[in-house]
Design a binder for this molecule. Structure first.
Ligand code: ADP
Ligand code: MG
Length: 695
């Protein structure tokens, strides 16, 4: 591998390149736009575009694209080449400021949730100056936001940028009020940990369910699952290790700070964690990380599965959204310092997050809702659908003492005694570790753990930023003009923790008792996507988002429609695939095997030999096959019925209650048959083969 510092960011039009290649005045103007949101002059854009083109073509790029993030959850691009006729039968390579700043892709085929009439299907992509351009597949990619003609957001980036602005304004104002007058900007930071599965590509190609739906719709439990916990942090198999090396170097070239890699709990499951960056960049980078994981895997004869639940009975994949806020003066606002109990500023920000999470539990739940993630949340492998916060012993007892007006005695962090003389004793991180909590304080940041592995992190961060902005604005109102600021701060901290203490839970989130306890506390338990989504358009949500200029009411409704429709569409595709596989692959395989059994039965009978085994097997298979045939019929009828329900919410409810259940009935029989039919007849690679064949 080339030396890493040289490799790192070599495909990014980053600050260093801009400084080297742009005239000083232009570089300054761009920075003004990035730092302070100053509008960009076309004359500046022209110079930048030309420098970008020169740089990109030197690195072999032939095309450019506006790279954007429509509501499909994946990224979109339309490539244009740099060539332009010179009028003399030759071409020159050109890229103008206008092309850099704005694109006009036809938007009619992207989900809009009814935002645009079909006659007004044009969309605009607008350069996001705050995220660097980069080269991917010989194409210069310009990160852009995607809007309709009238400025409505059609993507995941626009509202994210708006939410970052909302929290910046709110937190800066609040800090100024409490005496931090030198702070002029607050940025939210995110480090998303990404889980994924790697399986053999040839196996993947033999599973129509994986191809069409990303998850296995059938598959009996293998004789060895994850019970030995021998995969977690285990030695990397050589094919996996080769993949990871290649993956890292691709990410580094794109300036993505890939840092940690290891095997996860389930067989064939792995994780990557980058070093955190600002939310906007982290989101772009995470989208690229997922895309590149798939591409590099393919190159290694592997398939990367990003689905939240590829295998029933085996842990699924999630994404941990590590989130914090920092100031332009370099301060992490969630850093407790040595004496958190005396750190008023920290306690105020902690209180703000506690209130935000408690008041908007429903929206945090919505932000992680999808048909796929429903399989994980609450299934004892990921946090439950109930949102609560883990703060650890130290912070919790500080809060207790504040609420009850009792003195807090700092016990200090406890020492971890290793009892091995060559290993030093070290102080235990007091916030570590409750892996079952959906929203855990981990030292100097919060870790939101409910996200699914395939999610864009944009949604959850839009919510986090907006709800914290809203609460901070409320805090500002309370402290603004206070005669005795210290007293007002203390009262606000006490009042907030007292009101919102119910959201704090340090126990085992996977337990049944917690479900009961949470109910007593009045916390929400929105079990499925369909339960959660309607809260997105409640009057309270509309007020929150419109007040903070993150979503208009029309945008909110459009997103609600898109998410509900997507839920139904996903299950519809799964149901059709399940039915096709059962009819076209499973039943024929069962019959072929039965024929072999019956042939032997006949041969034995004509030879006058006892054939009781064949008789029993044939009868058993016949009965199961008939049950299967009947259940497939019911599934097909249920799918047809779903298509007759026009109302999107009722339709989604029907998919959840009826279609999923019909699929389960079919699956139960198929999985039973898998263990009874000779493996040479079974048409699908088994769980064992899928999970253990990469070496
Ligand atoms: P674990 O697996 O124990 O949860 P990791 O070290 O794998 O922890 O991941 C922690 C993540 O948190 C990393 O991506 C790291 O960059 C990120 N992180 C650390 N500090 C911050 C911060 N201030 N803001 C956002 N993310 C942070
Ligand atoms: Mg984590």
């Amino acid at each position: 591998m080339k030396n890493i510092p040289e490799l790192f960011g070599s495909k990014v039009f980053n600050d260093k390149i801009m400084q080297a290649r742009l005239p000083k005045t232009i570089y300054k103007a761009i920075n003004e736009t990035v730092q302070n949101g100053k509008p960009l002059e076309l004359s500046v854009a022209n110079v930048v575009a030309n420098a970008m083109k020169d740089w990109a073509t030197e690195l072999g790029a032939t095309h450019f694209t506006h790279w954007f993030q429509p509501m499909t959850g994946i990224t979109a691009e339309k490539h244009d080449s740099f060539i332009s006729p010179d009028g003399k039968g030759q071409i020159i390579m050109e890229f103008s400021g206008k092309e850099l700043v704005k694109g006009e892709p036809d938007a009619s085929s992207f989900p809009s949730g009814g935002l645009r009439a079909t006659f007004e299907a044009r969309g605009y992509t607008i350069w996001d100056v705050s995220s660097y351009a980069f080269i991917k597949d010989d194409t210069l990619c310009i990160p852009t936001a995607f809007c309709s003609y009238s400025g409505e957001a059609l993507d995941k980036k626009t509202p994210l940028l708006r939410s970052m602005e909302a929290v910046d304004k709110a937190a800066t104002k609040f800090l100024n009020i409490i005496g931090k007058s030198d702070v002029t900007k607050v940025t939210t930071t995110v480090g998303p940990e990404q889980e994924y599965f790697l399986i053999d590509k040839e196996m993947f190609l033999k599973r129509p369910d994986l191809i069409y739906t990303g998850r296995t719709l059938y598959g009996a439990r293998p004789s060895k699952g994850q019970e030995l916990d021998d995969h977690y942090f285990g030695t990397l198999k050589s094919r996996v290790s080769d993949f990871m090396k290649d993956f890292d170097s691709e990410l580094w070239m794109l300036g993505i700070l890939s840092k940690t890699k290891h095997n996860e709990v389930a067989p064939a499951q792995h994780e990557l964690a980058p070093i955190f960056s600002t939310t906007n960049i982290a989101t772009d980078h995470n989208q690229l990380t997922m895309e590149i994981a798939k591409k590099v895997a393919n190159r290694h004869g592997l398939t990367c599965l990003l689905h939240e639940k590829p295998f029933a009975g085996v842990n699924g994949s999630g994404k941990h959204n590590n989130w914090s806020m920092s100031t332009n003066t370099g301060e992490n606002l969630l850093e407790p310092g040595k004496n958190p109990s005396e750190n008023t500023q920290f306690l105020l920000f902690l209180a703000a997050v506690v209130q935000a999470v408690d008041e908007y539990q429903d929206l945090l739940r919505v932000s992680v809702a999808s048909a796929a993630n429903d399989h994980r949340l609450g299934a004892h492998e990921a946090p439950p659908a109930i949102v609560s916060m883990f703060l650890g012993d130290e912070l919790s007892s500080i809060i207790d003492s504040i609420v009850t007006d009792t003195a807090y005695t700092n016990h200090g962090s406890s020492k971890m005694v290793t009892a091995v003389s060559v290993l030093p004793d070290f102080n235990k991180d007091t916030t570590d570790r409750n892996r079952t909590s959906p929203f855990a304080f981990t030292g100097n940041k919060f870790e939101f753990r409910m996200l699914g592995s395939a999610f864009s992190i944009s949604g959850p961060n839009i919510i986090l930023n907006t709800i914290v902005a809203e609460v901070l604005n409320g805090f500002s109102k309370k402290l603004e003009g206070a005669k005795d600021l210290a007293a007002a701060e203390a009262a606000l901290i006490k009042d907030t923790f007292t009101k919102h203490q119910r959201i704090i839970f340090n126990g085992n989130n996977y337990s049944e008792e917690w479900v009961e306890e949470a109910k007593k506390r009045g916390l929400l338990n929105l079990k499925t996507t369909v339960d959660a989504l309607p809260t997105f358009i409640s009057p309270k949500s509309v007020e929150l988002f419109t007040k903070n200029h993150v979503f208009s009411e029309a945008e909110l409704h459009s997103r609600y429609e898109i998410l509900l429709e997507e839920y139904s569409k996903v299950i519809n595709i799964e149901a059709l695939t399940a039915s096709d596989i059962a009819k076209q692959l499973i039943l024929p395989a069962c019959m072929a095997y039965q024929k072999q059994v019956v042939d032997l039965l006949n041969a034995k009978q004509s030879a006058g030999i006892r054939a009781i085994t064949e008789q029993t097997i044939a009868t058993d298979l016949d009965e199961l096959s008939y049950d299967l045939f009947e259940e497939i019929k019911k599934l097909d009828i249920t799918i047809l019925e779903a298509h007759t329900i026009a109302d999107t919410l009722a339709n989604a409810q029907f998919y959840r209650d009826k279609v999923l259940a019909a699929m389960t009935s079919v699956r139960t029989i198929v999985d039973t048959l898998e263990l009874k039919v000779a493996s040479s007849y079974w048409p699908l690679p088994t769980y064992g083969e899928l999970l253990y064949s990469v070496n």
